[in-house]
Design a protein around this ligand. Structure first.
Ligand code: SAM
Length: 189
């Protein structure tokens, strides 16, 4: 009888400690998932706040843009806010030195994986405002109108004469375009 009582007590406490571990395990999993989702979302929110949220350049526009940029193999191309890296891939395929700068860690990772096989392509995780582009021969910008004036000033202060810039969707507020297409404008500095 006493033995049974001990057994029951033992079973109850083992069951209770298993429940506590289960609870701790599921709570930790929930927190890890919550923090991950928050980190992913905050990358997208940050991109939208400091520039533009991720919206890709359409592929037929990309083909037109690169025809207009006429990149040569030894030239340097920058995509300021490179998203999934599609423009960087196109520049790398033209054998240019292709550099993408991206603030959103998720998009940076996607662009990095996408460009892994191109030794002439690099994706930098960071803020385009802190990244000088003095060595650029061609630049692609696809940011919101509210930052275009600042971008215009940054490029005017850094680019060497002759550098080509394509502004997708939203034109530069002050600079005269060399060519205007439906969705993008070409400038020469
Ligand atoms: C409209 S998307 C353009 C994507 C890409 N250039 C394309 O043509 O497909 C803008 C991208 O810029 C990134 N971005 C926004 N502000 C930025 C900043 N200050 N520095 C670096 N990247 C930024 C966003 O995370 C987003 O991926």
């Amino acid at each position: 009888m006493k033995e049974n009582g001990v057994k029951t007590h033992y079973n109850l406490s083992v069951g209770r400690s298993r429940d506590i571990w289960k609870f701790a395990y599921y709570t930790t999993c929930m927190w890890v998932i919550f923090v991950l989702v928050l980190a992913i979302l905050s990358g997208f929110v940050l991109g939208g706040l400091v520039g533009a949220p991720w919206v890709p350049t359409r592929s037929h526009d990309l083909a037109e843009i690169f025809a207009a940029l006429d990149l040569q193999p030894d030239q340097t191309f920058y995509d300021l806010g490179c998203g999934d890296g599609r423009a960087v891939v196109t520049a790398a395929q033209a054998h240019a030195k292709a550099i993408g700068i991206e603030i959103n860690p998720v998009m940076w990772l996607i662009a990095t994986l996408r460009t892994l096989r191109y030794s002439n392509a690099k994706i930098r995780l960071g803020n385009l405002w802190q990244y000088p582009v003095r060595d650029a021969d061609a630049v692609l910008v696809f940011q919101m109108p509210r930052v275009m004036e600042q971008i215009e000033a940054k490029l005017a202060g850094e680019l060497k004469p002759g550098t080509k810039v394509v502004s997708y969707a939203f034109p530069m507020p002050q600079r005269q375009a060399l060519h205007r297409a439906k969705s993008w404008s070409l400038y020469q500095y």
